[in-house]
Design a protein around this ligand. Structure first.
Ligand SMILES: [Zn+2]
Length: 71
């Protein structure tokens, strides 16, 4: 019901992101540098595959992202 607080449940494809975005240093949507006060974790756990192995990664986005969840 609180539509303004709704963001996409899933981050963008990891292949499209910079190393900083992949580490959660920058917003996965707009690439702004995040701080503990502005960063929000995506829900759930996120993995990518490399060389046949599955790795966990920790994408984050900014709390008031203007790009998050909108296409
Ligand atoms: Zn953002």
């Amino acid at each position: 019901m609180a539509q303004h607080a709704t963001y996409a449940a899933a981050p963008p494809p990891i292949a499209n992101l910079t190393p900083q975005q992949q580490r959660g240093v920058e917003c996965a949507f707009c690439a702004i540098v995040l701080t503990p006060a502005t960063a929000v974790d995506f829900e759930g756990e996120h993995y990518f595959r490399r060389a046949g192995e599955r790795f966990r990664w920790y994408p984050r986005h900014c709390r008031t992202c203007t790009k998050g969840g909108r296409s």
